[in-house]
Design a binder for this molecule. Structure first.
Ligand SMILES: [Cu+2]
Length: 161
């Protein structure tokens, strides 16, 4: 029993050490791949004043097709799939341009990660909330990567201004 507890403790310590290294690694690398100081930006944001926006996913497209966001303001972006097929909101460059607090499936789960690259929302009413602070200004492509959905219309943009 004691031995097992000790082993678990070491495993937890290693996980913490790795988590600690992760931030340092990206800061050191000079890699602009995604937002540095994401944690500080998320902590500094006033989430009581976040702007809620909803993007509807349907067969085949997004409403709004071209989402506009302001830099340095906290958002809750709800992705809601009202279509009869599963759809992605794939936008790797956009997700790298925001400080990510979490993704949340209301009443079920919260996912914490430095950033996302693609989010699939399941058909017939599935939804997920993204809590982000847009940081890097620009226009980013968003599309659905399933079969020919992009050709059929599931494509758009997200602009941070
Ligand atoms: Cu799709």
């Amino acid at each position: 029993m004691m031995r097992q507890a000790a082993r678990l403790w070491i495993a937890a310590g290693a996980a913490l050490a790795m988590a600690g290294c992760q931030g340092g690694f990206f800061a050191r690398s000079g890699d602009a791949a995604y937002v540095k100081d994401s944690d500080q930006i998320v902590k500094a944001a006033d989430w009581s004043k976040m702007t809620p926006v909803t993007v509807e996913l349907y067969d085949y497209g997004y409403t709004p097709r071209d989402l506009k966001l302001k830099a340095n303001q906290p958002y809750r972006i709800t992705l809601k799939n009202n279509g009869s097929k599963d759809h992605y909101y794939t936008a790797p460059e956009f997700y790298k341009a925001v400080a990510t607090r979490k993704a949340m499936v209301n009443k079920y789960a919260e996912i914490k990660a430095p950033y996302f690259s693609a989010i699939e929302v399941l058909k017939n009413g599935g939804s997920i909330d993204l809590y982000v602070v847009p940081v890097a200004k620009g226009t980013y492509k968003v599309w659905c990567q399933i079969d020919d959905h992009e050709e059929k219309g599931s494509v758009g943009s997200i602009t941070v201004e």
